[in-house]
Design a protein around this ligand. Structure first.
Ligand code: SME
Length: 152
């Protein structure tokens, strides 16, 4: 079953209304998204914690690498370019960081706060090849935009 994005968006809207703390919001988004679809085997945030540096944030699934520089991996590329990265086959992505050897495809979205500042990236990994669609990217970007709009 594909994700019911309107329902997911509505649930997140009601759960996060009035909350402005980035970590509280990230934890809530991760929980709801991770359990919304079987394709999502690892779901989590990496936060910008220093110059050109991402650190693990709230996530669900097996353990994630703790630190990812902007120069590395799919997450680093999403942070560096501030653009969504849809990777149908991680083996063809030069510099992919394999936190889990079971990961076959990934979708990573940049996350922006109130002033357009980069808060981090949202990473979903699947054990299925070619698991993600442009619809996933589009709908999740809309949800992230709405949820993190108030974060300073
Ligand atoms: N695969 C990611 C690293 C994060 S983990 O898989 C949890 C990447 O290449 O950016």
């Amino acid at each position: 079953m594909p994700v019911e994005y309107p329902t997911l968006a509505r649930t997140l809207r009601s759960l996060t209304e009035g909350e402005r703390d980035a970590v509280a919001l990230m934890a809530t988004v991760v929980c709801e998204v991770h359990h919304s679809d079987d394709r999502f085997d690892w779901t989590g945030f990496y936060r910008v914690t220093g110059p050109e540096m991402l650190k693990i944030g709230p996530y669900q699934g097996g353990h994630g690498c703790l630190v990812i520089p902007f120069s590395r991996g799919v997450c680093g590329k999403a942070a560096r370019t501030r653009q969504v990265q849809l990777v149908p086959d991680v083996e063809t992505f030069d510099g992919h960081i394999a936190c889990a050897s079971t990961t076959r495809s990934e979708l990573v979205l940049p996350v922006f706060g109130a002033g357009g500042q980069l808060l981090g990236v949202f990473d979903i990994d699947s054990n299925k090849a070619d698991a993600f669609t442009q619809e996933d990217a589009h709908e999740l970007a809309k949800i992230l935009e709405e949820v993190f709009l108030t974060v300073k």
